[in-house]
Design a protein around this ligand. Structure first.
Ligand SMILES: [Zn+2]
Length: 446
């Protein structure tokens, strides 16, 4: 069979066997069709001499809910080497009829979860502080059932954003996933800071009760206030008892969310033992400024969607968390009007660098971005073996690093030579292909 593309001369990073080996990779019809020493004929040659050839990175937790003509968040992830991403996290995943008709093909492979908070809004709940009534819950169930039938990747909760969500409301929705193959629930837990372990116990119970896979979202930003190791231990203990759980983390000691959310209700300073000067405005008219009582009041009242970066977590805890064997790297990338937190543009190179500094080999580090998140989400990517989707990132291990900073949030990383999605070259040395190479993913039929 003639190949569409031959990736020649690179070292293949295999996260499953933990090895690096010189080999050529042949691609035909979007799949890896050859891995080995031979020079096969191909339509296109990608020269990877001196570079590492890795499975494309998989971001199981990002946000692509806000329509943005420039597709900034997809572009930012793609430029890092992310070839598959799961959006709709933290309760905000839209209904398919609300996003599919409005969007062109994505720049990478993109799946959505159905968001609990979005379901609440759809059935008319505009008060985030009240539980749903029985009839509202029934209507949310009907919507969720339809979305799951149509291929949603699962259900996401942002319990900290809808803080009085009742256990009954959660159970009514979570129970709809029981017995369905390849779906999961992701949860932004109910509490950050001192009560986070209570929040973890709550979700362990949800996973146990409903026999459904549960992903604890961005565990670092919820617990790295002195509790991260204990939180990871709780998840690991549950797993050892047979509960189906996983977690992700992004490599920054600052989180980012909307100023109008319940996270910033009075009392946050005591929870984190920090104050307004630790909060940086990331979008809108105060962008780049540290927060003051006046800007806090103004934004809460008049621009609740403005994004705030909270420099409040402990860096050492985040680093330790990333290096725990079951921790998937995930960006939690979210932008508002193209502005936000550098994690949207820097997460993967930065986390890989942290894992290398922690003593992991390249294949071990890459596992946290590829085969591990693939197995968490039942994706058949995550390894460059024959028959796998041809999702590839080719990078220079010497120079790979993030360049995005809090001042320059979208600066693309250094060291990424090529990104290939479904066999198509989507990034060539920092330039994205004019035609989007991705597509929407839907959960395979039951
Ligand atoms: Zn979240």
């Amino acid at each position: 069979m003639r190949l569409d593309t031959l990736i020649r001369g690179g070292e293949i990073v295999d996260p499953v066997s933990g090895t690096l080996a010189l080999a050529n990779i042949g691609i035909a019809n979007g799949f890896v069709s050859y891995v080995g020493p031979q020079e096969r004929e191909a339509e296109n040659i990608v020269d990877a001499t001196g570079l590492y050839v890795s499975p494309g990175f998989i971001d199981t937790h990002m946000h692509d809910e806000e329509l943005d003509d420039a597709y900034t968040i997809q572009r930012s992830l793609l430029l890092q080497g992310v070839t598959t991403a799961i959006a709709g996290n933290c309760g905000s995943g839209p209904l398919m009829d609300d996003y599919i008709p409005k969007r062109r093909a994505p720049m990478l492979k993109l799946a959505y979860q159905t968001g609990h908070t979005y379901l609440r809004k759809t059935v008319g709940i505009d008060d985030i502080y009240r539980p749903a009534t029985d009839s509202e819950t029934k209507r949310m169930q009907a919507l969720l059932r339809t979305e799951l039938d149509r291929g949603s990747f699962g259900l996401s909760f942002g319990l900290e954003y809808a803080p009085n969500t009742s256990p009954d409301e959660i159970a009514a929705l979570a129970s709809l996933l029981t017995g369905r193959p390849r779906v999961s629930i992701s949860v932004h837990i109910r509490y950050d800071g001192p009560r986070c372990l209570e929040g973890i116990r709550e979700v362990v119970d949800i996973a146990k009760k409903h026999k459904v896979r549960l992903q604890v979202s961005h565990i670092g930003s919820m617990t790295a206030f002195g509790y991260c190791a204990d939180a990871v231990r709780l998840v690991e203990e549950a797993k050892a008892e047979g509960v189906d759980m996983c977690y992700d983390c992004y490599p920054y000691d600052a989180f980012c969310t909307h100023i109008g959310s319940a996270v910033f209700d009075p009392g946050f300073d005591k929870r984190w033992n920090k104050g307004l000067p630790d909060l940086e405005v990331a979008s809108g008219k105060y962008k780049g400024q540290r927060m003051t009582p006046a800007s806090y009041d103004d934004l809460r009242a008049n621009d609740p969607d403005a994004l705030i970066i909270a420099h409040v977590m402990n860096d050492a805890e985040i680093r330790e968390c990333l290096a725990t064997p079951d921790c998937a790297i995930a960006s939690d990338g979210v932008l508002h009007d193209g502005q936000g937190h550098p994690r949207a543009a820097g997460t993967f190179p930065r986390a890989l660098r942290i894992l290398r500094d922690a003593g992991l080999s390249w294949p071990e580090a890459v596992r946290h971005a590829t085969s591990l998140p693939a197995s968490m989400t039942w994706l058949d990517s995550g390894r460059l073996s024959e028959g796998a989707p041809a999702d590839v990132v080719i990078f220079d291990p010497e120079t790979l690093r993030d360049r995005a900073t809090f001042a320059d949030q979208l600066a693309p990383p250094e060291g990424v030579a090529y990104v290939i999605v479904d066999g198509k070259v989507a990034v060539d040395h920092g330039t994205c292909s004019p035609e989007p190479a991705g597509r929407l993913l839907f959960r395979k039929a039951d």
